[in-house]
Design a protein around this ligand. Structure first.
Ligand code: GLA
Length: 370
């Protein structure tokens, strides 16, 4: 990292370096922006950011992986599609300034190996690594939870994606080899050890997902519509997190069938997250796996965020007989599936499933052991 920094900016004294990992979500999809529960785990691929103060208000960026530079001046900025990766850094800088955190101009370098457009949260890793590096450089007082929310604010207020906090929370507080149970209402969280002898393997459909903000934001709106209908039968309900299946049935006459299905996914997915966490804690991976298959079915049928390639991979995983659970991970519409299996089967899975998938679809899958 310092070598690249020196090459671009000439010196490496007083440089702050930070990193943050990508993540896969084990279970708990589209629950975070409904104040629900999620259970992601960090992956070993990371984004690194190095930066040094300049003494003026220019922010100069260099992305090693693209060989591209971008410069802007501190102050009010707005999102621009063409700026691509630089938006995430600008979004974090913008969020920090709006929080009243005092920054100055910097020279900054980024590099990383988190697969992009794969549903493995490369953008959250970039946001958290940037915020961490700036916090260190300017000696700011920011807790790891606040750091996660700075990244979320970059997504919500700058990029325009109404996402929840799962990805940034996991990038900021996750521990390798552990799942991180997050209560997105209270920010309570705890690390849960992944049982010895079992592995999660992510496999990419080859469908490069540029997260479609409009389809994602539409799901957020549908959930809000559901909450409004629920409040008419139970005014105490603030978010789908507070609703039970019984509440939902009572309120169903006041919502469209689509909204009802979206809400049913969220209410039951929250229950699955808590059951899966308990199952991990009592070393019962077969139960975790069964819940993962159920989650996929619900994402496909009720939340409608799957695609034929994701479905094919989950189906194939089921048919191997040794994969305990599989589901799409991340927002959906492409990207990866996550598969749980005994460690002793990983080699067979990596040999068998991608080759089958390539033959069946003509697409080239990538495999990421987690
Ligand atoms: C994306 C968002 C997350 C979460 C997932 C779906 O990764 O960034 O906040 O909503 O989709 O679970």
């Amino acid at each position: 990292m310092l070598g690249i920094f020196e090459k671009i900016y000439g010196r490496t004294d007083e440089v702050a370096v930070a990193s943050a990992p990508g993540r896969v979500n084990i279970i708990g999809e589209h629950t975070d922006y409904n104040e629900g529960f999620v259970l992601p785990t960090p992956i070993s691929q990371q984004v690194f950011v190095a930066c040094r103060k300049r003494g003026d208000s220019e922010v100069r960026l260099y992305a090693k992986d693209y060989g591209e530079s971008y410069t802007f001046t501190l102050g009010r900025q707005v999102f621009s599609e063409e700026r691509r990766w630089a938006n995430y850094v600008m979004g974090v800088v913008d969020a920090m300034q709006r929080k009243g955190l005092h920054l100055g101009g910097v020279d900054l370098v980024i590099k990383g190996d988190v697969p992009q457009a794969a549903g493995l949260s490369s953008s959250a890793a970039l946001e958290v690594a940037t915020a961490r590096a700036l916090v260190e450089l300017f000696d700011l007082k920011v807790t790891p939870v606040q750091l996660a929310y700075l990244g979320k604010s970059a997504e919500n207020d700058f990029i325009g994606l109404q996402s929840g906090v799962m990805d940034q929370f996991c990038a900021s507080l996750g521990k390798l080899g552990h799942a991180l149970l997050i209560d997105c209402k209270t920010n309570k969280h705890r690390n849960v050890k992944i049982p010895e002898g079992y592995s999660f393997v992510a496999i990419h459909t080859g469908i490069r997902r540029k997260l479609d903000s409009s389809a994602y934001n539409e799901r957020v709106q549908q959930c809000r519509a559901g909450v409004m209908a629920l409040q008419r039968v139970n005014p105490k309900i603030q978010s789908l997190r507070d609703a039970s299946l019984t509440d939902l049935v009572k309120a169903s006459a006041g919502m469209s069938e689509v909204v009802y299905k979206r809400c049913r996914h969220v209410v039951l997915e929250n229950e699955r997250v808590l059951s899966a966490t308990a199952a991990l804690e009592i070393n019962f991976p077969a139960k975790v796996g069964a819940l993962m298959f159920e989650s996929h079915k619900s994402l496909r049928e009720d939340y409608d965020v799957s695609c034929p390639e994701l479905d094919a991979l989950v189906d194939k995983a089921f048919k191997t007989g040794y994969v305990l659970g599989a589901r799409l991970t991340g927002a959906g519409w492409g990207g990866c599936t996550i598969n749980l299996m005994p460690k002793s089967y990983v080699a067979e899975f990596v040999e068998e499933v991608p080759a089958w998938y390539a033959r069946a679809t003509g697409l080239v899958p990538e495999v990421y052991p987690v």
